[in-house]
Design a binder for this molecule. Structure first.
Ligand SMILES: Nc1ncnc2c1ncn2[C@@H]1O[C@H](COP(=O)(O)OP(=O)(O)OP(=O)(O)O)[C@@H](O)[C@H]1O
Length: 218
């Protein structure tokens, strides 16, 4: 369960998102939509605890360190001296610590996650050498390793081809079936209509209620 209490995101004390009140049920998958500049990324960063709320609050019921977080691709730094395998392995750190070492069981999990996103053959590639879609698949594999109960994803399918979107959407659906709560910023309305029953739109008004509250009220 994620609960929002008159939550507003913004910068230097100036709100740029509507005020959001309500809750997302555990195991729900919600599309966060709205026109450019309505504050989707800002709201997601506020929920993730990366920027403080301008007003109101948000309860996640998990430690923010344990969040599954995927920023917009433009915000990612890929020029670091790691392989795709090591990038995926970073998803283990909440469980084993930075210096805990990777056990045989974790190696099997990393291989399985790379298989799930069809990237095993690129395990030794540097992230900067991967295409946008390949990098996104590796980042999804890292999310799988994190085993977080809450995933916040900012425009994960921007510039991604249809087969890869289908593959990554199936991972989101499997994750939801395992009870993970997902909030996903999306622009592609046909994709939202096809896969998402819950939609949180920032277009509607200056005060927004989340889908669960709307369903409870109706
Ligand atoms: N670091 C920042 N400092 C001040 N204002 C910002 C900052 N980042 C974004 N903004 C402003 O906040 C508003 C909302 O931006 P945000 O990126 O959250 O919108 P969005 O709905 O995600 O947009 P898009 O669909 O274009 O990605 C915009 O007017 C933007 O200029």
């Amino acid at each position: 369960m994620m609960r929002f209490n008159q939550l507003q995101g913004g910068y230097q004390g100036r709100a740029v998102t509507p005020q959001v009140t309500g809750a997302l049920a555990a195991g729900s998958m919600t599309a966060l939509v709205g026109a450019n500049g309505t504050g989707k990324s800002t709201l997601l960063k506020t929920i993730a605890g990366l920027i403080p709320p301008v007003s109101g609050s948000c309860e996640l019921h998990i430690s923010r360190n344990a969040l599954g977080w995927l920023p917009q691709r433009s915000e990612l730094e890929t020029r670091f001296p790691l392989t795709a395998y090591e990038l995926v392995a970073m998803g283990c750190w909440p469980r084993c610590g930075w210096f805990g070492g990777i056990t045989r069981a974790l190696r099997q999990e990393i291989d399985a996650a790379l298989d799930a996103v069809q990237m095993r053959e690129f395990a030794d590639a540097q992230p900067a050498m991967l295409s946008g879609g390949q990098l996104q698949r590796v980042l999804f594999a890292r999310l799988l390793l994190q085993q977080s109960r809450v995933w916040l994803l900012d425009e994960p399918f921007n510039g991604i081809d249809t087969p890869t979107v289908t593959l990554l959407m199936s991972i989101l659906q499997q994750q939801q079936q395992k009870g993970t709560t997902l909030l996903v910023v999306l622009h592609d309305r046909p994709l939202v209509a096809r896969y998402f029953t819950d939609v949180l739109s920032l277009d509607e008004s200056s005060t927004v209620q989340t889908p669960l509250l709307r369903r409870v009220a109706s």
